[in-house]
Ligand binder design. Structure first.
Ligand code: DGL
Length: 276
Protein backbone atom coordinates (compact mmCIF):
# COMPACT_ATOMS: atom_id res chain seq x y z
CA UNK A 1 0.00 0.00 0.00
CA UNK A 2 1.19 3.50 -0.87
CA UNK A 3 2.21 5.71 2.01
CA UNK A 4 0.32 8.94 2.61
CA UNK A 5 2.24 12.21 2.62
CA UNK A 6 2.16 15.94 1.99
CA UNK A 7 2.13 17.69 -1.39
CA UNK A 8 5.66 18.78 -2.30
CA UNK A 9 6.13 22.23 -3.84
CA UNK A 10 9.48 23.06 -5.39
CA UNK A 11 11.26 26.12 -6.70
CA UNK A 12 14.88 27.06 -7.31
CA UNK A 13 14.41 29.76 -4.68
CA UNK A 14 11.58 31.81 -3.26
CA UNK A 15 9.37 32.23 -6.34
CA UNK A 16 7.36 29.06 -5.79
CA UNK A 17 6.08 30.58 -2.55
CA UNK A 18 3.86 32.88 -4.65
CA UNK A 19 2.26 29.74 -6.06
CA UNK A 20 2.12 27.88 -2.74
CA UNK A 21 0.31 30.87 -1.21
CA UNK A 22 -2.52 30.56 -3.76
CA UNK A 23 -2.62 26.76 -3.48
CA UNK A 24 -2.99 26.92 0.29
CA UNK A 25 -5.80 29.49 -0.09
CA UNK A 26 -7.61 27.21 -2.53
CA UNK A 27 -6.82 23.86 -0.88
CA UNK A 28 -6.21 24.58 2.82
CA UNK A 29 -7.13 21.05 3.91
CA UNK A 30 -3.88 19.36 2.78
CA UNK A 31 -0.37 19.26 4.24
CA UNK A 32 2.45 20.79 2.20
CA UNK A 33 6.23 20.89 2.23
CA UNK A 34 8.14 23.51 0.27
CA UNK A 35 11.75 23.23 -0.84
CA UNK A 36 13.75 26.15 -2.20
CA UNK A 37 17.10 25.19 -3.72
CA UNK A 38 18.44 28.59 -2.71
CA UNK A 39 22.05 27.41 -2.53
CA UNK A 40 22.02 26.89 -6.31
CA UNK A 41 19.48 29.54 -7.40
CA UNK A 42 18.90 31.13 -9.80
CA UNK A 43 18.48 28.31 -12.30
CA UNK A 44 17.44 30.58 -15.19
CA UNK A 45 20.79 30.89 -16.98
CA UNK A 46 21.98 27.32 -16.35
CA UNK A 47 22.20 24.54 -18.93
CA UNK A 48 19.52 21.92 -19.55
CA UNK A 49 21.69 19.19 -17.99
CA UNK A 50 22.35 21.17 -14.82
CA UNK A 51 18.71 22.17 -14.29
CA UNK A 52 17.57 18.61 -14.93
CA UNK A 53 20.16 17.19 -12.50
CA UNK A 54 19.31 19.69 -9.74
CA UNK A 55 15.54 19.29 -10.19
CA UNK A 56 15.69 15.48 -10.18
CA UNK A 57 17.76 15.55 -7.01
CA UNK A 58 15.12 17.75 -5.34
CA UNK A 59 12.25 15.57 -6.59
CA UNK A 60 13.94 12.51 -5.07
CA UNK A 61 14.26 14.38 -1.79
CA UNK A 62 10.50 15.07 -1.81
CA UNK A 63 9.85 11.37 -2.43
CA UNK A 64 12.04 10.52 0.58
CA UNK A 65 9.74 12.78 2.62
CA UNK A 66 6.81 10.57 1.44
CA UNK A 67 5.27 13.13 -0.94
CA UNK A 68 3.01 11.27 -3.38
CA UNK A 69 2.75 14.37 -5.58
CA UNK A 70 5.33 17.06 -6.34
CA UNK A 71 4.60 20.34 -8.08
CA UNK A 72 7.49 22.09 -9.81
CA UNK A 73 6.41 25.67 -9.02
CA UNK A 74 9.25 26.90 -11.18
CA UNK A 75 8.90 27.55 -14.90
CA UNK A 76 12.57 26.96 -15.58
CA UNK A 77 12.49 23.51 -13.96
CA UNK A 78 9.11 22.75 -15.58
CA UNK A 79 10.52 23.74 -18.98
CA UNK A 80 13.82 21.93 -18.74
CA UNK A 81 13.34 18.95 -16.45
CA UNK A 82 9.69 17.98 -16.08
CA UNK A 83 9.19 15.98 -19.26
CA UNK A 84 12.31 13.84 -18.76
CA UNK A 85 11.42 13.20 -15.13
CA UNK A 86 7.85 12.21 -16.07
CA UNK A 87 8.80 10.08 -19.05
CA UNK A 88 12.08 8.53 -17.93
CA UNK A 89 12.76 8.77 -14.22
CA UNK A 90 9.39 8.24 -12.52
CA UNK A 91 8.98 4.69 -13.79
CA UNK A 92 12.37 3.79 -12.29
CA UNK A 93 11.88 5.60 -8.98
CA UNK A 94 8.21 4.95 -8.18
CA UNK A 95 5.62 4.70 -10.93
CA UNK A 96 2.81 5.63 -8.54
CA UNK A 97 4.23 9.04 -7.70
CA UNK A 98 3.43 12.12 -9.79
CA UNK A 99 5.33 15.26 -10.71
CA UNK A 100 3.42 18.21 -12.21
CA UNK A 101 4.56 21.57 -13.55
CA UNK A 102 3.24 25.09 -14.03
CA UNK A 103 3.47 25.50 -17.79
CA UNK A 104 0.60 23.32 -18.93
CA UNK A 105 -2.07 24.79 -16.59
CA UNK A 106 -1.15 28.27 -17.81
CA UNK A 107 -1.04 27.47 -21.51
CA UNK A 108 -4.44 25.76 -21.26
CA UNK A 109 -6.18 29.02 -20.37
CA UNK A 110 -4.07 31.83 -21.81
CA UNK A 111 -6.03 32.01 -25.07
CA UNK A 112 -9.21 32.80 -23.14
CA UNK A 113 -7.71 36.12 -22.04
CA UNK A 114 -6.53 37.69 -25.28
CA UNK A 115 -8.83 39.65 -27.60
CA UNK A 116 -6.10 40.68 -30.05
CA UNK A 117 -4.76 37.13 -30.37
CA UNK A 118 -1.29 38.36 -29.38
CA UNK A 119 0.24 37.35 -26.07
CA UNK A 120 3.56 38.15 -24.43
CA UNK A 121 5.54 35.76 -22.25
CA UNK A 122 8.05 37.21 -19.78
CA UNK A 123 10.38 34.52 -18.41
CA UNK A 124 13.94 33.50 -17.63
CA UNK A 125 16.46 32.74 -20.37
CA UNK A 126 16.07 29.02 -19.75
CA UNK A 127 12.30 29.05 -20.12
CA UNK A 128 12.43 31.16 -23.29
CA UNK A 129 15.16 29.06 -24.90
CA UNK A 130 13.26 25.85 -24.21
CA UNK A 131 10.38 27.20 -26.39
CA UNK A 132 8.04 25.33 -24.02
CA UNK A 133 5.44 28.08 -23.95
CA UNK A 134 5.34 28.40 -27.74
CA UNK A 135 5.08 24.64 -28.18
CA UNK A 136 2.39 24.14 -25.51
CA UNK A 137 0.27 27.18 -26.50
CA UNK A 138 0.32 26.01 -30.13
CA UNK A 139 -1.41 22.78 -29.00
CA UNK A 140 -4.34 24.60 -27.36
CA UNK A 141 -4.54 27.85 -29.36
CA UNK A 142 -2.84 27.40 -32.76
CA UNK A 143 -4.08 30.81 -33.94
CA UNK A 144 -2.46 32.70 -31.05
CA UNK A 145 0.69 34.74 -31.74
CA UNK A 146 3.19 34.28 -28.94
CA UNK A 147 6.02 36.73 -28.27
CA UNK A 148 8.64 35.76 -25.73
CA UNK A 149 10.85 38.10 -23.72
CA UNK A 150 13.79 36.78 -21.74
CA UNK A 151 14.34 38.84 -18.58
CA UNK A 152 17.59 37.38 -17.21
CA UNK A 153 18.21 40.02 -14.53
CA UNK A 154 14.82 40.00 -12.85
CA UNK A 155 15.24 36.84 -10.72
CA UNK A 156 18.64 37.91 -9.35
CA UNK A 157 17.23 41.38 -8.53
CA UNK A 158 14.18 39.91 -6.80
CA UNK A 159 16.14 37.18 -4.97
CA UNK A 160 18.42 39.90 -3.60
CA UNK A 161 15.52 42.10 -2.48
CA UNK A 162 16.46 44.86 -4.96
CA UNK A 163 13.16 44.86 -6.87
CA UNK A 164 11.70 47.92 -5.11
CA UNK A 165 14.66 50.07 -6.14
CA UNK A 166 15.19 52.34 -9.16
CA UNK A 167 17.88 50.06 -10.56
CA UNK A 168 15.28 47.36 -10.96
CA UNK A 169 12.87 49.80 -12.66
CA UNK A 170 15.44 50.39 -15.39
CA UNK A 171 15.56 46.69 -16.28
CA UNK A 172 11.82 46.10 -15.94
CA UNK A 173 11.23 48.94 -18.44
CA UNK A 174 13.93 47.65 -20.77
CA UNK A 175 12.22 44.23 -20.89
CA UNK A 176 8.64 45.54 -21.28
CA UNK A 177 9.82 47.94 -24.03
CA UNK A 178 11.60 45.11 -25.85
CA UNK A 179 8.50 42.92 -25.59
CA UNK A 180 6.16 45.63 -26.96
CA UNK A 181 8.61 46.39 -29.77
CA UNK A 182 8.00 42.84 -31.01
CA UNK A 183 4.30 43.70 -31.47
CA UNK A 184 2.45 46.64 -29.93
CA UNK A 185 -0.83 44.70 -30.31
CA UNK A 186 0.03 42.37 -27.40
CA UNK A 187 -2.90 42.66 -24.98
CA UNK A 188 -2.09 39.85 -22.50
CA UNK A 189 1.23 39.36 -20.75
CA UNK A 190 1.96 36.21 -18.79
CA UNK A 191 4.43 36.37 -15.92
CA UNK A 192 5.98 33.00 -16.75
CA UNK A 193 8.32 33.04 -13.80
CA UNK A 194 7.06 32.51 -10.29
CA UNK A 195 9.24 35.35 -8.98
CA UNK A 196 7.59 38.04 -11.09
CA UNK A 197 4.34 38.49 -9.11
CA UNK A 198 6.44 40.62 -6.75
CA UNK A 199 6.86 43.17 -9.55
CA UNK A 200 3.46 42.65 -11.17
CA UNK A 201 2.30 46.22 -10.38
CA UNK A 202 5.46 47.74 -11.82
CA UNK A 203 5.12 45.67 -14.99
CA UNK A 204 1.45 46.59 -15.36
CA UNK A 205 2.22 50.32 -15.08
CA UNK A 206 4.75 50.07 -17.92
CA UNK A 207 2.37 48.33 -20.33
CA UNK A 208 -0.43 50.07 -22.29
CA UNK A 209 -3.63 50.67 -20.32
CA UNK A 210 -5.94 47.69 -20.61
CA UNK A 211 -3.15 45.09 -20.97
CA UNK A 212 -3.95 42.07 -18.83
CA UNK A 213 -1.02 40.85 -16.75
CA UNK A 214 -1.44 37.26 -15.60
CA UNK A 215 0.37 35.70 -12.66
CA UNK A 216 0.33 31.93 -12.36
CA UNK A 217 -0.50 31.30 -8.69
CA UNK A 218 -4.29 31.16 -8.88
CA UNK A 219 -4.22 29.47 -12.30
CA UNK A 220 -2.00 26.66 -10.98
CA UNK A 221 -4.05 26.36 -7.78
CA UNK A 222 -7.29 25.91 -9.74
CA UNK A 223 -5.62 23.38 -12.00
CA UNK A 224 -4.31 21.37 -9.04
CA UNK A 225 -7.77 21.35 -7.50
CA UNK A 226 -9.19 20.03 -10.77
CA UNK A 227 -6.40 17.41 -11.03
CA UNK A 228 -7.14 16.07 -7.54
CA UNK A 229 -10.85 15.87 -8.32
CA UNK A 230 -10.09 13.87 -11.45
CA UNK A 231 -7.59 11.63 -9.65
CA UNK A 232 -9.20 10.40 -6.41
CA UNK A 233 -6.56 7.64 -6.17
CA UNK A 234 -3.92 10.38 -5.76
CA UNK A 235 -6.09 12.60 -3.59
CA UNK A 236 -6.43 9.72 -1.08
CA UNK A 237 -2.65 9.61 -0.70
CA UNK A 238 -2.32 13.23 0.41
CA UNK A 239 -2.49 13.73 4.11
CA UNK A 240 -4.70 16.37 5.62
CA UNK A 241 -4.37 18.81 8.47
CA UNK A 242 -3.34 22.10 6.86
CA UNK A 243 0.30 21.84 8.01
CA UNK A 244 3.07 23.69 6.16
CA UNK A 245 6.79 23.04 6.35
CA UNK A 246 9.51 25.01 4.61
CA UNK A 247 12.99 23.78 3.69
CA UNK A 248 15.94 25.45 2.01
CA UNK A 249 19.30 24.20 0.78
CA UNK A 250 20.87 27.47 1.98
CA UNK A 251 20.69 29.74 5.03
CA UNK A 252 17.45 29.49 7.00
CA UNK A 253 17.65 33.08 8.29
CA UNK A 254 17.83 34.43 4.72
CA UNK A 255 15.02 32.13 3.66
CA UNK A 256 12.79 33.23 6.51
CA UNK A 257 13.44 36.94 5.86
CA UNK A 258 12.93 36.82 2.06
CA UNK A 259 10.40 33.99 2.04
CA UNK A 260 8.00 35.96 4.18
CA UNK A 261 7.83 38.63 1.44
CA UNK A 262 6.95 36.05 -1.23
CA UNK A 263 4.54 34.03 0.91
CA UNK A 264 2.85 37.07 2.44
CA UNK A 265 3.04 35.50 5.93
CA UNK A 266 5.90 34.57 8.27
CA UNK A 267 7.78 31.44 7.27
CA UNK A 268 10.20 29.38 9.35
CA UNK A 269 12.48 27.07 7.46
CA UNK A 270 14.79 24.16 8.13
CA UNK A 271 18.07 23.53 6.33
CA UNK A 272 18.41 20.46 4.15
CA UNK A 273 21.51 18.84 2.59
CA UNK A 274 20.71 17.09 -0.65
CA UNK A 275 22.35 13.76 -1.49
CA UNK A 276 23.46 12.45 -4.82
N1 DGL B 1 10.85 31.01 -10.20
C1 DGL B 1 11.65 30.44 -11.27
C2 DGL B 1 10.81 30.34 -12.53
O1 DGL B 1 9.58 30.31 -12.42
C3 DGL B 1 12.93 31.18 -11.36
C4 DGL B 1 13.98 30.40 -11.99
C5 DGL B 1 15.40 30.76 -11.65
O2 DGL B 1 15.87 30.28 -10.64
O3 DGL B 1 16.02 31.48 -12.44
O4 DGL B 1 11.31 30.24 -13.62
Amino acid sequence: MQQQGPIGVFDSGYGGLTVLKEIVNTLPQYNYIYLGDNARAPYGNRSFETIYHYTLQCVKWFFQQSCPLVLLACNTASAKALRTIQQKDLAKIDALKRVLGVIRPTTEIIGLHSRSGKVGIMATNGTVQSQSYKIEIEKFYPQLQVYQQACPLLVPLIENGEHENAGADYFIKKYTDELLAKDPGIDTVLLACTHYPLIQDKIKKLLPVGTEVLAQGNIVAASLQDYLQRHPEMEKLINRGGKLKFYTTDSTSDFDAHGTVFFGKPVQSEHVELEG
